[in-house]
Design a protein around this ligand. Structure first.
Ligand code: SF4
Length: 342
């Protein structure tokens, strides 16, 4: 017990001095001056920064907050606009849920973003990590915040021997033994910062770590042996064809079906993704295609390899033509670049 209180005190002191300053974060000194976090802005930041770096997510967060300063603005926005502004962040189901969640908050919560963990968990696209984080930061609820960074720190400190993902539930419970009522938001953010900066995956700087004296992995000199992981199965590969039809500066795109990967997003026409297709029935023209390159894109559960074909027409055929392809999902931007690169 004494041990845990000392660990918490050291971590919070470290956070006060060295925690990261982030645009959506209220630092302890500002909090002491009465500044309160905006749950809508915190939610946006959490949804956007999953599975990517903060450096990549931050400009999106700024762009969204400028375009939609309140949750009602986001809910009222056209879904296509929201999806196109999300392009490049990946995991498009998240963007669809973001818009849906804003609608629920507007319609069922009087446009006031909830801040208690239980209610948050009932909202579209909000899982245990995001709910715990918003509740701790915005409502001082002593929740158990566990993201990938926290898993790494906790597994090292306790030399947690069960491999992930199977051991995840127990690891979470272990992280929960450190939770107390004092400064829950700062504690959670401190722990995430420790994992994101000092306790890095490959080369933790234990000399600077406020928990070095308590850390079992460090004592054994085996920091990077944790978290233990089940052996990875090799990533499956899917293949397909992508068709870039060009007319002057414009390219033909189509809206992908709502269900399925990149659902609702614009993209160039492609065949189905699976085995290499044996015909070109998905091509928007029946002739004049030239094979111009290949691209590779990694999704969460598979690697996609597309053969890229290009054709040109003098007059646009029926369909949706765009000049600016920067708001297409990354995989389609790669296809267009492969087709049009000089
Ligand atoms: S001592 Fe090293 S391995 Fe242990 S928590 Fe700190 S940085 Fe991570």
């Amino acid at each position: 017990m004494h041990h845990i209180l000392e660990m918490r005190a050291r971590l919070l002191r470290w956070y006060d001095d060295q925690g990261r300053t982030l645009p959506w974060r209220v630092r302890p000194d500002d909090r002491a001056r009465g500044v309160v976090p905006n749950p809508y802005a915190v939610w946006l930041s959490e949804v956007m920064s999953q599975q990517t770096t903060l450096a990549h997510a931050t400009p999106y967060w700024e762009k969204f907050l400028a375009a939609f300063p309140t949750v009602t603005d986001l809910a009222d926005a056209d879904r296509e606009l929201v999806l196109s502004m999300w392009a490049g962040l990946g995991y498009y189901a998240r963007a669809r849920n973001l818009h849906k969640c804003a609608g629920v908050v507007r319609d069922e919560f009087n446009a006031v973003f909830p801040t208690d963990e239980k209610t948050l968990l009932g909202l579209p696209g909000i899982g245990p990590y995001t709910a715990a984080t918003i509740a701790a930061i915005c409502a001082d609820e002593s929740t158990n915040i566990v993201d990938g960074n926290v898993e790494r720190v906790i597994s090292r400190v306790f030399a947690f021997s069960e491999p992930l993902p199977k051991g995840r539930k127990d690891l979470r419970a272990l992280a929960g033994t450190l939770v107390r009522d004092e400064r829950p938001g700062d504690y959670g953010q401190a722990l995430m910062d420790l994992g994101a900066t000092i306790c890095s995956p490959k080369s933790p700087t234990c000399l600077l770590c406020p928990w070095a004296k308590f850390c079992a992995a460090h004592k054994a000199g085996e920091e990077t042996a944790y978290p233990k992981k089940d052996k990875k199965k090799s990533t499956p590969v899917r293949r397909g064809y992508a068709y870039v039809l060009r007319c002057g500066d414009k390219v033909l795109v189509e809206k992908r079906p709502d269900k399925g990967l990149l659902g609702g997003m614009l993209g160039v026409p492609t065949s189905a993704w699976g085995q290499t297709p044996d015909d070109h029935s998905a091509a928007p023209l029946k002739r004049n295609w030239q094979r111009v390159g290949d691209i590779k894109h990694i999704f969460t559960h598979f690697e996609l390899r597309l053969e890229v074909f290009l054709a040109e027409v003098d007059e646009p055929i029926n369909g949706h033509w765009v000049e600016d392809t920067s708001s297409l999902p990354t995989v389609f931007r790669k296809v267009v670049e492969a087709a049009l690169r000089p």
